[in-house]
Structures are given as structure tokens and as C-alpha cells.
Design a protein around this ligand. Structure first.
Ligand code: SAM
Length: 348
């Protein structure tokens, strides 16, 4: 495998005056990096049918993304999740993963992982595992091929299922993420749980957020997870679980399957108190919160300065802008307002 990337050291601890801590005392140790805003799917709650993507010149080269990651690692980031758009459609992505894996080997990074739609995993699962990736999150809302095609617009369920199998065979721990949707999850959630647990995968549902200029009203899709849980309880016995991951999900144990279901409720419950993450777009814009517009253009600093400490200083300034929590204000009549940018910009 070729390593095209610079072997820059992470900013030495001595050059990093202190770790990243936001104004509310939360240490920033988790970075989500959207490596591309492009995707081979057009999920209805995520993207418009016709999307305008960033011009290539604005997108940071893999070497630049690698440099940015190194600077964050030097500032105390311990976990990096590559996302998108679809991270596995970015050309050369495995080279970036391979390069970042040296931070795993040096124990500067605890975890390098990905969120993917799964469609390219058949091709990449083995290489990802060889690079030290241990887990992948695969987004999958339904096992019904027609419903899947309608949600993803451009996707084929068979490709995703083949990708999941490939990831499993490669020894990657798979977690399934499903967006709860009115009119869909009522029928699709139970088979999805049984399938995931039958294969030993965790599964997490998330409430749909009002993000991006997508067709259709958010309120027509929104299903509070309390409603989904009530619906599931008609078919499965759900027992509250004390299990906690590092993320915002709350878990329930499913008696019939022996597996766990997570619920992430950005719309109905706040979980921001323990937020330890920042999000970087493929052009190097750093967002402090999915549901907030505060951002700093690190890409500009990175391209204008050869000095990592200038970028580190810009990161510190950005962290000072981190809001206490996300806010979805009114946009559609009677519905919350989200950010105008799609989640495909900042990554899920
Ligand atoms: N392409 C990759 C994938 O499909 O997982 C990574 C990017 S995708 C934007 C990340 C996650 O965000 C997916 O699980 C997707 O379902 C979720 N997502 C997209 N739009 C959303 C929305 N409006 N509300 C909640 N989750 C959303």
C-alpha cells in the first residue's frame, strides 16, 4: 500500500500549551472529519436530489487533511471518525487511513473509525482492518429493498448488505445507525433489530434533524424516539440498560434478541453536557456543533501558513466558540429550525 502522506510529527506536547477545553469545561478529544461532501446516495432527509458540491480546489488534499489531524492529535484529540458525504468515495481514502494509523501505533490516538453508507465496504473492509480500524458505523434504515431505494434515491440495498458482510468477515465491529422516520420505521425497525442482533451488531436509532435544504417537510418525517420505542414495545421486550458508550446514545436491552438498541434524541432530549467533539469539513471549516453555525476556517490558515502552531492557535480560538448546546429554532411553521447546511457537509 502506498503512503502518499507527509510523515509530520503530531505537534509536540511542549508546543501544545494545554489541551483543548471549551468555555464550559468540556475537554475536546473527539474529531469528526468529513473527507468529502460528495456521496453516491441522496438520502431524502440528508440531501436534495440535485446537490451543488464544493469545487475541488476548495477541498483539502489528503496531505492537508493528514496535517490537520496531526495538529488536532497534538492538541489532545484521541479519537478520529472519518465521515462525509461518503468517506469511501473519496479517491485515495485508504492512503489517508493508512497514514493516520501511525498515530494508533504510536498510541497518540485511541481510535480511528468511519461512518459509511456501506456501499463501498466490500472493496475496502480488508484494507481498513489492516490499517488498524476496529469498528465501522454503517447507516442503514431498512432491510426492505424498495424502501431503501426510495430513501437513498441512488442506493442498492444488496451493495450495503454485501459491504456489511465484508466488514464482518474482515473482523471489523459493525454498528448499524438508523434514522427513525415516520411512515417507515413503524414497519422497518423490528426486522432491522432482529437482523442486526442476529449478526451480533449493535444498532442505534437517531431522530431526524432539520438540517440542509432537503425536499419535503421535516415534520412529515420526524418520529420522536419515545414513539418508536412505544411501537417497538408492542413486538419486543425492551429493558433499560445501564450500558453507556462514549456517545450520546441511551441503551435498551432487547430480551428476545439478547442485543442492545441505542436511542439518540437530538430533538427531544439534550445530551450536550458531555459533548467532547468538533467537526471539520473537507475544506477545513471547523464547526463546534452540528446544530449551530459557529465555525472557523482552518483550511485558510492551513494553506496560508506553513506553521502548525498558527493552525493550533486558530483551533484554540474556535474551541472558545463552542456553544453550550445545540439549538434547533423555528423554520417550517411550528417546526424546529436547523442549520441550512446539510449533515453531509459536516458529517454525521
Ligand atoms: N455517508 C455516510 C453514511 O451514510 O453514514 C456518512 C455521512 S452521513 C451524513 C452520516 C449519518 O448522518 C448517516 O447515518 C445519516 O443517516 C445521518 N443523517 C443524515 N441526515 C440526517 C438528518 N437530517 N438527521 C439525522 N441524521 C441524519
Amino acid at each position: 500500500m502506498t503512503t502518499v502522506l507527509l510523515d509530520r510529527p503530531a505537534v509536540a506536547a511542549a508546543d501544545a500549551p494545554s489541551r483543548l477545553v471549551d468555555p464550559f469545561g468540556r475537554a475536546i478529544t473527539y474529531m469528526r472529519l468529513s473527507v468529502t461532501d460528495r456521496c453516491n446516495f441522496r438520502c431524502v432527509y440528508c440531501m436534495a436530489e440535485k446537490m451543488t458540491f464544493l469545487p475541488h480546489a476548495k477541498v483539502l488534499r489528503l496531505e492537508e487533511l493528514d496535517r490537520l489531524c496531526s495538529i488536532f492529535v497534538g492538541l489532545g484529540v484521541r479519537k478520529i471518525r472519518l465521515t462525509g458525504g461518503e468517506p469511501l468515495v473519496r479517491r485515495g481514502i485508504v492512503n489517508l487511513v493508512h497514514s493516520l494509523s501511525r498515530r494508533l501505533r504510536s498510541h497518540d490516538l485511541d481510535e480511528l473509525t468511519l461512518t459509511t453508507n456501506g456501499s463501498q465496504l466490500s472493496r475496502y473492509a480488508d484494507e481498513l482492518a489492516a490499517c488498524g480500524v476496529k469498528r465501522v458505523n454503517v447507516s442503514l434504515d431498512t432491510l426492505d429493498a424498495a424502501t431503501f431505494a426510495a430513501i437513498s434515491r441512488h442506493g442498492a440495498l444488496a451493495d450495503v448488505l454485501a459491504g456489511v458482510e465484508a466488514a464482518d468477515r474482515a473482523g471489523l465491529k459493525v454498528k448499524i445507525n438508523a434514522v427513525a422516520q415516520k411512515g417507515i420505521s413503524e414497519d422497518c425497525a423490528v426486522p432491522l433489530i432482529r437482523w442486526a442482533h442476529g449478526r451480533g451488531f449493535d444498532l442505534t436509532f437517531i431522530e431526524v434533524m432539520p438540517l440542509g435544504d432537503v425536499e419535503g417537510a421535516w415534520s412529515q418525517r420526524f418520529m420522536p424516539l419515545a414513539e418508536l420505542r412505544a411501537n417497538l414495545s408492542r413486538h419486543l421486550s425492551l429493558l433499560p440498560s445501564l450500558y453507556r458508550s462514549s456517545g450520546p446514545a441511551r441503551y435498551w436491552q432487547v430480551e428476545e434478541t439478547g442485543g442492545r438498541v441505542g436511542f439518540i434524541t437530538p430533538m427531544t432530549h439534550s445530551f450536550c453536557d458531555s459533548c467532547n467533539r468538533v467537526r471539520i469539513t473537507c475544506s477545513g471549516r471547523m464547526y463546534l456543533c452540528l446544530g449551530n453555525e459557529a465555525a472557523v476556517d482552518l483550511g485558510k490558515v492551513l494553506r496560508e501558513s506553513g506553521e502548525d502552531h498558527d493552525v493550533a492557535a486558530a483551533i484554540r480560538e474556535a474551541v472558545a466558540l463552542k456553544p453550550k448546546g445545540h439549538a434547533f429554532g423555528a423554520r417550517e411553521a411550528g417546526a424546529p429550525r436547523g442549520a441550512a447546511r446539510s449533515i453531509s457537509v459536516t458529517g454525521g
